[in-house]
Write a protein that binds this ligand. Structure first.
Ligand SMILES: Cc1cc2nc3c(=O)[nH]c(=O)nc-3n(C[C@H](O)[C@H](O)[C@H](O)COP(=O)(O)OP(=O)(O)OC[C@H]3O[C@@H](n4cnc5c(N)ncnc54)[C@H](O)[C@@H]3O)c2cc1C
Length: 456
């Protein structure tokens, strides 16, 4: 029989919250808890660990620690290989169980296997809660004979009909055994280097405030307004969903009447279940189109200009600078710059995906990779050869040019939609603008892409 006074460990990973947290809820309902976060050198020393997200993580951990303290516990911090660190803590407090959120990546699955193995000799059970990071976990909605679905529309239809549990209240009070706590890490002890100047603040408290303000102000007009670049009317909760400061289930429950918004959250689940079924898609084409992406000095030079927001295409440049300034970019802008890189410039989607991972607060293996592949036409988009015209996109989604002027100060004096075509301005105006000529002809670039794909 299990010892009812033995504590359970809650191993936090990408679920840095106390509201609607199934792992915390289950452990707290069972007696004393040890809330634990392990800083894993496999992540810290890898190409995924970047200063923007490092800072967001540090802020999120500090906020979580404070929420746990208010409830009578705290956050235990360890640094090292996850399975052995958890096993050490489990042994020291004689834990009877470890609760954690289930995740989708191959990395997460390996971590789970290692943990199970390390805990077994201690007679300590591992409980993996698959309903923490997703509204509908990977593997629950599938096509006949498959373990996932590769087309979004039928996936979404099934996803919408899945029964949903009610969000769980945060525990009111927690009890915790004595043990060395360890120090909540600072941003620079997670990741060194400069951060973007205008980053959102991490943590559950900031995320809940942001989301509740957005619900009040913009949820109703999301359907009409989400593509309006200058209006900035999307929720901006993606980093909070990525780190689990917000629960996706709670978010869709609260936003339920805003169907267009809920559908976007379904995209998040969709990409995770595709990646869970095809883990190699982080590096390999999901569906190869036999591309021979450009390489060499010209390709590299154009890539650098794209990264810096110096292409001479105002909408592309505004978007790339938004990324450098905020560690975030509007979805419509991500689509435009992604098409521009992979189709107009015909550069490898992996280059773009890595640059996004270097800067995005919400930089997420599943969402980033699968969206890049979607844009490049190597992913789940059935219209995989579609090309976008930057100026058409600019006039449609930034009709007055306010988004461009916000992020490209060199063009701040150019009024109205003319800002999208600075090369058409009179020569005497142009010569006062410290802004480059377009580095590529979009139509020619798109034609080159279509020819490479055998479509022209
Ligand atoms: C090339 C490219 C790369 C991307 N990389 C990432 C990434 O690394 N991390 C990430 O979270 N999103 C990524 N996205 C998806 C999307 O752009 C962002 O989720 C969205 O812009 C976040 O802003 P928001 O929270 O205001 O979204 P809202 O419009 O308010 O939507 C609410 C939530 O729905 C989810 N969502 C919305 N659109 C998508 C989508 N296309 N795919 C998956 N989930 C979506 C997000 O979790 C988002 O927070 C990428 C899109 C593209 C085209």
């Amino acid at each position: 029989m299990s010892d009812q006074t033995a504590p359970s460990i809650v191993l936090f990973t990408r679920d840095l919250r106390v509201h609607d947290n199934p792992a915390l809820h289950a452990a707290a309902g069972d007696g004393p808890v040890v809330p634990l976060f392990v800083l894993d050198p496999k992540i810290l020393d890898g190409s995924y660990n970047r200063p923007n997200r490092g800072r967001f993580l540090a802020e999120s951990l500090a906020d979580l620690a404070s929420s746990l303290e208010k409830r009578g516990a705290g956050l235990v911090i360890r640094r090292g290989e996850v399975a052995s660190e958890v096993a050490k803590v489990a042994k020291s407090v004689k834990a009877r169980a470890v609760h954690m959120a289930g995740d989708a990546s191959a990395f997460a699955h390996r971590r789970e296997d290692a943990l199970r193995e390390a805990l077994e000799p201690l007679d300590c059970d591992l409980h993996v809660h698959d309903d923490s990071l997703f509204v509908v976990p990977p593997g629950q909605v599938t096509a006949v004979g498959k373990n996932h679905m590769a087309v979004f529309t039928p996936y979404h239809r099934k996803w919408s009909k899945e029964p949903r549990r009610a969000p769980l209240a945060p525990p009111r009070k927690l009890s915790m055994p004595e043990l060395p706590m360890g120090k909540v890490p600072t941003s620079s002890s997670i990741s060194q280097g400069p951060t973007a100047p205008s980053l959102a603040r991490g943590g559950e408290s900031a995320g809940r405030k942001l989301f509740s303000d957005w619900l009040d102000r913009h949820a109703e007009d999301y359907e009409d307004g989400h593509d309006d670049l200058a209006g900035d009317r999307t929720s901006r909760i993606s980093p909070y969903l990525h780190f689990g400061c917000l629960s996706p289930l709670e978010v869709v429950t609260q936003a339920a009447p805003a169907e267009g918004f809920v559908r976007q959250v379904a995209w998040r689940d969709f990409h995770h279940q595709v990646l869970a079924a095809h883990p190699s898609s982080t590096r390999q084409d999901f569906r190869t189109r036999h591309d021979r992406w450009r390489t060499g000095a010209d390709a590299q030079r154009e890539f650098e200009k794209w990264k810096d927001g110096r292409t001479g295409w105002p909408l592309v440049d505004a978007a790339m600078r938004q990324l450098l300034d905020e560690g975030w970019m509007h979805n419509r802008a991500r689509l435009v710059v992604g098409h521009f890189l992979t189709k107009t410039l015909y550069l490898d989607w992996r280059w773009g995906a890595q640059h996004f991972i270097d800067h995005l607060l919400d930089g997420d293996t599943a969402n980033n990779t699968m969206n890049w592949q979607w844009v490049a036409g190597t992913g789940t988009d059935s219209r995989f050869n579609r090309v976008l015209d930057v100026t058409t996109q600019a006039l449609r989604y930034d009709s007055q040019g306010n988004y461009v002027r916000r992020y490209v100060p060199e063009l701040s004096e150019v009024g109205g939609p003319k800002v999208h075509t600075p090369w058409k301005l009179p020569a005497d105006v142009r010569k006062h603008l410290d802004y480059p000529e377009p580095m590529v002809d979009v139509r020619e670039g798109n034609d080159r892409f279509l020819a490479a794909r055998g479509k022209k």
